[in-house]
Design a protein around this ligand. Structure first.
Ligand code: SAM
Length: 230
């Protein structure tokens, strides 16, 4: 079993509602395979350590820990880490090809402040200590447009409870989507959750993600939502 298959079998072992789409698409490049075998084990988040003190994953210069859920090809993750060297950024992504792309960028840019959970973010949220995270990004999560698939959406009361537990008071949850209906769903969940308040809508200066670019190319204008953990 190669490394990618090992990751897939870990993800598959989770007994829970399926929330993510494909975990692997086209064949990995040789470089991607090498990075999954060589670099990923060095950057993977050991859940036992994350459960104690996630800042320790990054060394002494780490001032705060941020989390990106569903980083896709890692473009935004890498931008965040490069722009904020004093921050430790943990990215969660079960899509193996995306993890391999992110590793390529991390290596090419020499980024030392990224750690990866190559799986379902819910597994990490379940172990992180209370108030461990200072900012969370959920950018263009799978919209699951069909009604019977709504239960797969990452935004749910259960996941908001888990986020509220790990987020510091005053910290931000940044959400973006090109699905108007998913934005309304998210706003409705946030408004009925006691621990989050709705902030202003703002795009910021982050780079355009792969899915944001797809949405814009198709003429769908994304919405950016900022929520604050009270
Ligand atoms: C539509 S893509 C967006 C990727 C990227 N954020 C972007 O904007 O280009 C959604 C990503 O979320 C990931 N994802 C879905 N459920 C997840 C979960 N429970 N934990 C971590 N990532 C998840 C998927 O594998 C997919 O790569």
């Amino acid at each position: 079993m190669d490394v990618a298959q090992g990751i897939l079998s870990q993800v598959a072992a989770r007994p829970s509602i399926k929330v993510h789409g494909r975990k692997r698409s086209h064949r990995l490049s040789i470089q991607g395979q090498h990075l999954l075998e060589g670099l990923l084990p060095l950057l993977s988040v050991p859940l036992a350590l994350a459960a104690q003190e996630p800042a320790q994953l990054f060394g002494q210069s780490c001032r705060n820990v941020w989390l990106e859920i569903g980083f896709g090809d890692g473009g935004h993750l890498a931008w965040c880490a490069a722009a904020n060297p004093e921050i430790g950024v943990i990215g969660c992504e079960p899509y193996v090809n995306g993890v391999a792309r992110a590793l390529e960028t991390i290596q090419a840019k020499g980024l030392g402040n990224i750690r990866i959970h190559p799986g379902d973010a819910r597994d990490l949220l379940a172990v992180l200590p209370e108030k461990a995270v200072a900012r969370v990004f959920i950018l263009f999560p799978d919209p699951w447009p069909r009604k019977r698939h709504h239960k797969r959406r990452f935004i749910s009361m259960e996941n908001l409870n888990a986020l509220a537990h790990v987020m510091q008071p005053g910290s931000e949850l940044l959400f973006a989507s090109d699905s108007e209906e998913y934005c309304e769903w998210t706003l409705a969940h946030i408004r009925s959750h006691p621990d989050f308040t709705e902030g202003v809508h703002e795009r910021g200066d982050a780079p355009v993600t792969k899915y944001e670019a797809k949405a814009r190319a198709a003429g769908r204008l994304p919405t950016y939502l900022r929520f604050v953990r009270e």
